[in-house]
Design a protein around this ligand. Structure first.
Ligand code: ADP
Ligand code: ZN
Ligand code: ZN
Length: 806
């Protein structure tokens, strides 16, 4: 029974039961806090759970008399309090439940892997009354350090729980929560500094201690001995003197490849780099900075030098990147600078076990620099000194299609405010919305610029080729005369080049010349792309949305005519053309088809780099910050596919892509050159590409967005209904519109319902509504429960706050 006078509290507990989404409510004592691991009654069993919320009032539909109390607190919250505030803020902003946020924030199997353990406190000798306690005591002496699992003891020994209770009461044992047995952990000896000075030390002993201090006070014993040459005898002697402790610690796999990388020293910064670094170091708690540095300006070097002093102060750093597979070079440079022990990777490519290990290591304070993708923004690193988001314009920081549709940049912004550390955003092509926040008198974000490449390298000149002119001159090849000549020169000089094409596959669609019908995917409203399967040596048609694949038909499915033709070039076709025209060039294709296996990206890049005269034909992946210093030529085979996307961000996205692709040229000692082929050479995006003036483009684009009421001038929210039957989906979308129209707050506009740009994907029809609102409005007025009621069974409602695609 609760003490009278104390306020009644209820705890919402996420019960550790597979498939269970909603938290259950239990009666809680005032001592219970969010994040506590608890045991709760569930049916006729006791199961583990995580307290996700404490409420003082019971939801109306719950019957207070039927609510059971929490059985026991297994472990007090191991999260910092503001970590929960961050999760709550994310759930509320993105209009999802806390459970949905927890699903991306916590590693899979967290509760399943946690267990309660018990161990004896060394140096205690209790007087025990019960036989059960007397039997357990000698057992606990055998394993003083890690003790035993509570559950194991209860299974193996009769009356164990009674014995354990007595042992706990005497204070000679302690119970603790162990975050599960990790799959990769190995025990290894570590050496830790305890006392830097002791009166009678020899010079050699003092020097070794000083070295240990320099290395941050704790390192693996073996690597310390290798680095310093200190003998085990000497270190043991220091341990006896109480200056150091040598203890076994868990060493978890960091996700890094253990290749021998040479250590790397900080570079002498350019004046612009030094000025940027100084501003980062002066930044206040929770401040956001944008580092706008042209391609090859040395942004990564600035990150590295901003991080180094933080590590010396025992603070941790979170580095978010768009995709780990695409950034092996960044990871490598971090490893060369800081060593593998202080680095940890966290991304969706890890197995559940590896993810769990990495997560656990962060929580325990083991990892200090975490490089991760989107969901790593929730990495439970203590004592954050800095958050870096590299390539901050990249849309893979936004989760789409599955709730929560969160943007890691937005969450990182809140996190930096909760943690009181700066947030550093870096890009050669900043997002318009990020850049807009650096403008004006009330700028929220500090703007830092690296306007030049390092070592006086210049940005490559851009040449635009008018493909209409080529056709008029009778050139029907996918390469203009100019690009062909450039490739001839490249081959003659033995240099390396890149060709960019924005679609993979061979041809982008197959169409009938008799009736004009393109062959479409049976499950999606898109046409199939033509691929040549080199392993099967077979022509295939493939859907890029649902991966549906079929053999290339001989006749048109609509009119049975035999006149089918392939249109539009993809990376495969460009590769084949190069091979045909330039047999002496080594050609490698870099797209998601050729880099599918683990380490695939690195492999293709390594092969390409090892050849003197070679060409890399690739898609969007080429834009992700790869550093290939030998590349002198970049060719854009067709810019048009990029320029005409049906999206208000099309100009911004296409200019970003083109600048990033162009930026791969001339990063080394030899100057570069960029050739862009297009049917519309006067397109404003290309004009801005020519003068390398991205900031001016942003200024103009911002006015454009303001004129049409798009972000950042207005906020957007997308309500997307999806289901197998089009009529039902449409009716649901209309019901939502009817529900919303009478309650729209002033200034909020509702567009639709209308079919999505691609009206059907993987057999699901999509109808959607778009809400537009002034930037200061929030979405808390949305009647979420009612909107879900508008959707009958079989129709799914996805809410996307600040959507990036439609
Ligand atoms: P960005 O990330 O801006 O594209 P990087 O950080 O990859 O640029 O730098 C481009 C190249 O210049 C890298 O090879 C890097 O080692 C080198 N670099 C960076 N800063 C310096 C510097 N201050 N002095 C000499 N070389 C530098
Ligand atoms: Zn036909
Ligand atoms: Zn499809």
């Amino acid at each position: 029974m609760r003490h009278p006078g104390l306020p009644q509290a209820w705890a919402e507990v996420l019960v550790d039961c597979p498939g269970l989404e909603t938290p259950y409510t239990y009666e809680a004592s005032p001592a219970i806090a969010v994040g506590d691991v608890v045991l709760v009654p569930f049916g006729d069993r006791l199961v583990g759970g995580l307290v996700v919320r404490i409420v003082s009032e019971l939801a109306a539909e719950l019957d207070a008399t039927r609510i059971r109390p929490i059985h026991e607190v297994v472990a007090q919250s191991f999260f910092q309090p503001h970590y929960w505030a961050l999760l709550e803020q994310t759930a509320s902003y993105y209009q999802v439940s806390l459970t949905q946020v927890l699903r991306v924030a916590l590693p899979p199997g967290l509760l399943r892997r946690s267990q309660r353990r018990i161990r004896a406190r060394s140096g205690t000798q209790p007087i025990l009354r019960s036989g059960a306690a007397q039997r357990l005591w000698p057992l606990l002496q055998k394993n003083l350090e890690t003790g035993y699992s509570w559950r194991y003891l209860c299974q193996q020994h009769p009356q164990a729980s009674q014995g354990l209770r007595e042992l706990l009461q005497t204070g000679c044992v302690e119970s603790y929560i162990c975050l599960g047995k990790s799959t990769q952990a190995k025990q290894q000896l570590a050496i830790t500094l305890v006392q830097p000075r002791s009166p009678h030390l020899t010079d050699r002993q003092a020097a070794v201690l000083a070295q240990l201090q320099q290395l941050g006070g704790e390192v693996w014993l073996q690597s310390f001995q290798e680095q310093t040459g200190a003998s085990r005898g000497l270190l043991d002697r220091l341990s006896v003197l109480g200056c150091v402790a040598i203890t076994p610690k868990e060493r978890l796999r960091s996700g890094l490849q253990t290749t021998d990388l040479s250590a790397d020293q900080p570079r002498q910064l350019t004046p612009a780099q030094a000025a940027a670094l100084a501003q980062i170091q002066q930044a206040g708690a929770g401040e956001t900075l944008l580092l706008h540095g042209v391609t090859g300006s040395g942004k990564t070097e600035v990150y590295l030098q901003a991080i180094a002093p933080l590590l010396d102060q025992q603070r941790s750093v979170l580095v978010l990147v768009p995709e780990i597979g695409l950034t092996p070079q960044l990871t490598e440079r971090f490893q060369q600078r800081f060593g593998g022990d202080r680095l940890c990777l966290y991304h969706s490519g890890l197995s559940d076990g590896e993810r769990y290990d990495a997560w656990r290591q962060m929580l325990l304070g083991g990892a200090r620099v975490v490089i991760g993708t989107r969901s790593a923004v929730f990495a439970p690193l203590p004592n954050l000194g800095l958050i870096i988001l590299d390539e901050e314009h990249d849309s893979s920081f936004k989760q789409e299609q599955t709730p929560p549709c969160y943007h890691a940049r937005q969450v990182a912004h809140w996190r930096s405010q909760w943690e009181g550390c700066p947030l550093l955003l870096g890009s050669a092509t900043p997002d318009l919305e990020t850049w807009a926040a650096t403008q004006g008198a009330e700028a929220q974000t500090r703007y830092l610029a690296l306007p030049d490449r390092v070592e006086a390298r210049t940005l490559p000149p851009v040449e635009i080729v008018d493909l209409r002119q080529e056709l008029a001159n009778g050139n029907r090849s996918i390469f203009s005369t100019k690009l062909q000549q450039a490739l001839v020169d490249l081959q003659a000089r033995g240099e390396q080049g890149i060709l960019f094409i924005h679609r993979r596959g061979h041809s982008t669609f197959v169409s009938c010349r008799a009736c004009g019908t393109p062959i479409g995917c049976p499950h999606c409203d898109v046409s199939l792309s033509y691929h040549l399967d080199q392993v099967l040596n077979q022509s295939l048609l493939r859907c890029h949305y649902c991966n549906y694949t079929q053999a290339q038909p001989q006749r048109c499915p609509a009119c049975d005519s035999p006149y089918l033709k392939n249109f539009g070039s993809g990376s495969q076709r460009v590769e084949a053309e190069v091979k045909r025209l330039f047999p002496e060039l080594a050609v490698y294709r870099y797209d998601s088809d050729t880099t599918r296996q683990k380490g695939g990206h690195q492999k293709v890049l390594d092969q390409f780099r090892s050849q003197p005269a070679s060409l890399l034909v690739g898609t969007q992946m080429l834009t992700k910050g790869i550093d290939l210093p030998e590349v002198t030529l970049v060719g854009v085979v067709a810019a048009d596919g990029l320029l005409h996307m049906p999206d208000f961000r099309a100009s911004e996205r296409s200019l970003q892509t083109l600048i990033q692709v162009a930026g791969r040229a001339g990063r080394g000692d030899r100057p570069g050159r960029v050739i862009v082929q297009t049917y519309c050479p006067d397109h404003p995006v290309l004009t801005h590409l020519l003068d390398h003036n991205y900031a001016q483009f942003l200024g103009e684009e911002l006015q454009e967005r303001q004129a049409h009421g798009y972000p950042p001038a207005q906020r957007l929210l997308l309500l997307s209904c999806r289901g197998l039957e089009e009529a039902v989906v449409m009716t649901a979308a209309e019901a939502i519109a009817d529900r919303l129209h009478p309650i729209l707050p002033a200034g909020v506009e509702l567009l639709g319902p209308a079919p999505a740009n691609i009206a059907r994907i993987a057999r699901r029809h999509r109808w959607q509504l778009l809400l537009k609102a002034p930037p200061e409005t929030d979405w808390q007025w949305l009647p979420l429960t009612d909107l879900r009621v508008c959707c009958p069974k079989g129709v799914n409602l996805l809410i996307d706050v600040d959507p990036l695609s439609f």
